[in-house]
Design a protein around this ligand. Sequence first.
Ligand code: HEM
Length: 463
Amino acid sequence: MNTILHPRSEQLLRLPGPAGYPLVGALPAILREGIFEYVERCWREYGDFFQIPTGGRSRIIFTAHPDAIERILHTRVDNYYKGKGYDPIRPLLGNGLVTSTGDFWVRQRKLTQPAFHMDNLRRMVPVMARCVEDMLGEWEARRRDDAVLDLHAEIMHLTQRIVGFTLFGMDLSDREAASSRAVTDSLEIAGQRMNRGAMALPLAVPTPANLRFRRALRTLDGIVYDIIGHARKAGPEAQPTLLRLLMEARDDGTGDGMSDRQLRDEIVTQYVAGHETTALILTWTLWFLGRHPDVYAKVREEVAGLGLTGAPTIEDLDRLTYTRMVFDEVMRLRPPIWAQTRVAREDDVLLARRIPAGSFIMFSAYFCHHHPAFWDEPTAFRPERFAPERVRARHRYAHIPFSAGPRACIGKRYALYELSTALALILSRFRIELLPGQDVGIRPTATVHPDRPIYARLRRSDR
Ligand code: HEM
């Protein structure tokens, strides 16, 4: 049943939250502090559910409670759509799978899904392993020179190479440096544009940030149109990849294929969504393992138990159950995508509060993952939290690094196999020693980064 609610309904006005200025609400404070930091402060002060004024009558309704998240992503999923909160990222991702909505999204998701089926993942794992081995070969030379590695930079190169080969059938190595910078720049500036909300200047205004953003887009477009051109030349007999699948897809009604622009949007989306996220988790995993020798030893033992002599199989990777708990804990503490937004189509009730149609809602995996009612000592690193019996006893929406419901991450299994393959091969060959005295915090933009490079030395694994 749908009760019509006026946007100024008393129930909504009674939501706690900070005060703001008349025309600009809390935007000056958000700009000064950054949206993540601002939300964190409010979350500590106002708890699970509050509103942030953003000027005039508009407001962000924020929640980090799993009950509310379950309602948004599952119980009343049809009532919550991706709206203007995704605008800052649209110049980068266009109308690809992350940003599209409605019937168009349903169609594109259906077309894309087979690329991530088990039979395809099974074919991809040896390719992932080959990319890791190539990196380890380079690391071997550096180990002999006692070189220091910038972990995240190394891992970003790896995951880009993996996405290039597995999804597009192409070696992107020679473009790694340029595209890494373009992806980091564009996500960072999209994050800043999110901070500014309605106050973000149009991209056409030549501010230094806008110019950097446009330059990053040109670089990425160049790479992506190259990928498409390469695949067209390779012809239909080339290896089946996500790209081929999308190129060969035909509309049921008209029989038309996707335009180059739509292909571009889908490819950029998979490229960006598919390598930065996994790179961040692998980097953070190596960081936490370096800081927790007991956990490191258990992962190392589990990996050694596989007795790998070459690339792992899917069955090998499925046996890495403790390692999977470690990834779950890393993704709890450092979910790459710290918040998502939705707009309510109709009036609804969240956590016993009435939410009028048109409300702009932000919900956060990061703060949900740190919720003291669901996690003991939320900031402590404890993979044992993910023992199966403890997971069963917990709220299903207390841990949502991949989101949930129909718009959950399409690359979840791909990501987990990639992470396990990489970690298993790295730990089989090397011991990674963090340089002492590093105090690494987080730098949340559109994704949650380390706030400085993480440096490590390589030692031969003590197998
Ligand atoms: C640890 C790694 C990853 C994490 C934590 C992660 C997380 C997420 C999250 C939270 C969303 C929802 C975003 C939103 O709706 O705003 C999402 C969506 C998505 N992810 Fe991932 N992701 C990961 C890896 C990947 C990989 C490897 C790929 C592709 C190869 C991928 C492709 C996508 C796509 C295309 C969507 C949009 C799905 C849709 O709306 O239908 N992700 N991911």
